[in-house]
Design a protein around this ligand. Structure first.
Ligand SMILES: Nc1ncnc2c1ncn2[C@@H]1O[C@H](COP(=O)(O)OP(=O)(O)OP(=O)(O)O)[C@@H](O)[C@H]1O
Ligand SMILES: [Mg+2]
Length: 507
C-alpha cells in the first residue's frame, strides 16, 4: 500500500430523509499529513467525518471508505476507534458533572482486577494534559471549565486512545488565537508521531498555516483536493462559495448617539473557589454603536455579560446597570430581556438551544409573551411568520421550519441562536462569539445584519476572540485581562499588537 492509498473516500453518498447531503464525494488522504476539509456551513464536512468515525455506520451511506487498503464496515464509533480513527466533535461531547479525568477515560477506563483504577486514570490524565501543555486539574468537573478548556479535555480524550487518524471538527472555533497556537503545536507533534490529522475549520488563514493538503466541499460535492501550496485564501473562498467574494468586513460609518446602557462597577465572584471573575468593570454603550470586547480565554468577558444578564445562579454579582439612565435590577434573564437586553451566548449547545426542539420553537423561545394571541394561546401562525422572516434574513439553510435543531449544521444552529435573540427586539444586543463556527459567507451575512441593526438604533456589544473581526467591525474596543478592563481603543487606533498588549497586561 502506498501512502496515497492510506485513506480513500470513494463516491460517498449520504442523505437524510430523502435529502442528499453528500453527493459522490471522492478524495484521498495521505498517511501522516494534515489534511484540511473546508466548505460553507452545511456543505457536508461533519457528515463525512461522522461516516469515517463510525457515527453513521456502514449501510447508512453508499460508496466506500478504504482505510489502509481495507473497506471499512464500521458498526459504531467504538469499532472505528479500534481501527485507529478518533473524532473530536464540533459540539463537545463531554459530561458536565464528571471530572476532567473521568471524561478523558469515559468508556475506556483502566482497570485493575476488574475495578476502575482511579490512580492510573488520574496519572495518565496528568501526562496527557502535560503533553497538551495544559495546567487544567484532572479532578475538577468539566462544567467548571471554559469552553476553550473543555476543548482541550476533548482533545486529551481523543489522544488517550491509540489513534492513527484523528479528526478535528472545528477545534479552534472556540479558542482565542493564543490557544489556537497551542493546538497547532499539538497537531504538529501528532504529525511528527506519524498520526494523520483531518482538520476542519472556517478560519482559512489557520487552514493555510497548518495543512499539507486541502479538500474543498461545496453543496455535498468534492470540488478539489490539492497540496497547500496551490492555494491562497482568495482561491479557497472562491471554491467554497462558487464565486468571488470581496471585502471581508463590511464596515459602515456609524453615528453613535445617546447612551443606552451604562454599567458601573460590575463584579462577579465565585464563592465556590473564592475567586473574583470580574472585577469592578464600568463602561457605557451608545445607541447605534458596536462596542467590541477583546481579551484572552478566561479574561472574564463571558462572565461579565452572563452576570449582567442574570444568567448565573452560583455566582455573586454586584454593581449597577442603567438602561436609558434608569437603574434596573436584573435577577434572571427574563428581567434583562424585559428591559431590552438581548444575549446571544457563546456555547450554543449548553445554553443557547434546545436541540430536540424544532427551529420555530427555538427561535421563539425567548419571546413567548409576544407570540401569545388575544386568547392567551401561542399564535403559531405568528411564530411561523416571524421565524420565516428571520430565517430568510439570516440565509438559514434548512429543509423545513419543523426540522429539529440538532439536525442543522453547526453554523446554521448558530444562526438560530441569533434569530432567537433578534426576535426579542432588544435595545442592546450582546453577541458572545457570534461567528464561532460560521463560514465566510454566513459571517458576512451576520455583519450585514449587525449594520442593519445599528441603522435601526440598536446598540451592539460584540465579544470576539477573533481580533481581525473586532478590529473589522467594532467602533470602539474594550480589552479585558484577568477580570479587569485594561484598555480602550477606537477602531482607528486598534491593531492586533495593541490589543494583545492590553489583553496580556495585568495592571
Ligand atoms: N441528522 C440529520 N438529519 C437531517 N439533516 C441533517 C442531519 N445532519 C446533517 N444534516 C444536514 O446535512 C447538511 C450537511 O450538514 P453538516 O453538518 O455535514 O455540514 P457542515 O459542512 O459540517 O457545516 P458546518 O460548517 O455548519 O458545521 C446540512 O444541510 C444539515 O442540515
Ligand atoms: Mg460541521
Amino acid at each position: 500500500m502506498d501512502n496515497r492509498s492510506f485513506l480513500v473516500f470513494e463516491r460517498i453518498v449520504k442523505g437524510f430523509s430523502g435529502v442528499v447531503v453528500l453527493n459522490q464525494v471522492s478524495f484521498r488522504v495521505n498517511r501522516g499529513e494534515v489534511h484540511a476539509i473546508v466548505g460553507e456551513n452545511g456543505a457536508g464536512k461533519s457528515t463525512l467525518m461522522k461516516i469515517l468515525a463510525g457515527v453513521y455506520p456502514y449501510g447508512e451511506y453508499s460508496g466506500s471508505v478504504m482505510f489502509k487498503g481495507v473497506e471499512q464496515h464500521n458498526r459504531d464509533t467504538k469499532q472505528a476507534e479500534q481501527a485507529g480513527i478518533s473524532i473530536i466533535y464540533q459540539e463537545l461531547e463531554l459530561i458536565p458533572n464528571m471530572t476532567v479525568c473521568e471524561n478523558i477515560f469515559l468508556g475506556n477506563e483502566p482497570e485493575t482486577h476488574g475495578v476502575i483504577d482511579y490512580n492510573c486514570m488520574r496519572n495518565e490524565s496528568i501526562k496527557i494534559l502535560q503533553q497538551l501543555k495544559s495546567s487544567i486539574s484532572p479532578d475538577i468537573p468539566v462544567e467548571m471549565l471554559s469552553v476553550g478548556q473543555q476543548q482541550i479535555v476533548a482533545i486529551a480524550k481523543a489522544i488517550s486512545k491509540n489513534v492513527e487518524v484523528i479528526i478535528f471538527d472545528e477545534p479552534t472555533s472556540a479558542l482565542p488565537d493564543s490557544d489556537a497556537l497551542i493546538l497547532f503545536d499539538i497537531i504538529r507533534s501528532l504529525k511528527n508521531d506519524g498520526i494523520t490529522c483531518l482538520y476542519i475549520s472556517h478560519k482559512i488563514n489557520r487552514v493555510l498555516e497548518i495543512s499539507d493538503t486541502i479538500t474543498v466541499l461545496r453543496d455535498g460535492k468534492s470540488i478539489i483536493t490539492a497540496p497547500r501550496r496551490e492555494f491562497d485564501e482568495h482561491l479557497i473562498i472562491k471554491h467554497m462559495v462558487g464565486r468571488d467574494l470581496t471585502e471581508q468586513y463590511p464596515r459602515k460609518e456609524h453615528f453613535p448617539s445617546n447612551i443606552v446602557m451604562e454599567v458601573r462597577d460590575l463584579s462577579v465572584f465565585d464563592p465556590a473557589i473564592s475567586k473574583v471573575l470580574v472585577d469592578h468593570v464600568s463602561f457605557t454603550v451608545k445607541k447605534g454603536e458596536i462596542l467590541g470586547f477583546a481579551g484572552l480565554m478566561g479574561a472574564g468577558r463571558t462572565e461579565l455579560f452572563m452576570g449582567l444578564f442574570g444568567a448565573y445562579e452560583r455566582y455573586e454579582i454586584s454593581g449597577t446597570v442603567f438602561i436609558h439612565g434608569q437603574k434596573i435590577n436584573i435577577h434572571k434573564p427574563y428581567d434583562a430581556i424585559k428591559k431590552g437586553i438581548g444575549l446571544v451566548v457563546e456555547d450554543r449547545k449548553e445554553r443557547g438551544l434546545v436541540m430536540c426542539m424544532d427551529i420555530i420553537r427555538n427561535s421563539t423561545l425567548a419571546n413567548i409573551p409576544n407570540m401569545v394571541s388575544w386568547f392567551r394561546q401561542i399564535d403559531s401562525n405568528k411564530e411561523i411568520r416571524e421565524t420565516e422572516t428571520y430565517a430568510k434574513k439570516l440565509s438559514l439553510k434548512y429543509s423545513g421550519l419543523e426540522q429539529l435543531v440538532q439536525n442543522l449544521s453547526g453554523g446554521n444552529q448558530q444562526k438560530v441562536v441569533i434569530a432567537k435573540s433578534l426576535m426579542t427586539k432588544p435595545d442592546v444586543l450582546i453577541l458572545d462569539e457570534p461567528t464561532r463556527g460560521i463560514d465566510v459567507k454566513a459571517k458576512h451575512d451576520i455583519y450585514e445584519i449587525m449594520n442593519d441593526l445599528i441603522d435601526q438604533g440598536v446598540a451592539i456589544v460584540m465579544i470576539s476572540s477573533e481580533l481581525s473581526e473586532v478590529i473589522g467591525m467594532a467602533d470602539r474596543i474594550l480589552v479585558m485581562c484577568e477580570g479587569r478592563l485594561t484598555g480602550e481603543l477606537s477602531y482607528t487606533e486598534a491593531t492586533q499588537e495593541r490589543i494583545m498588549q492590553y489583553a496580556t497586561a495585568s495592571i
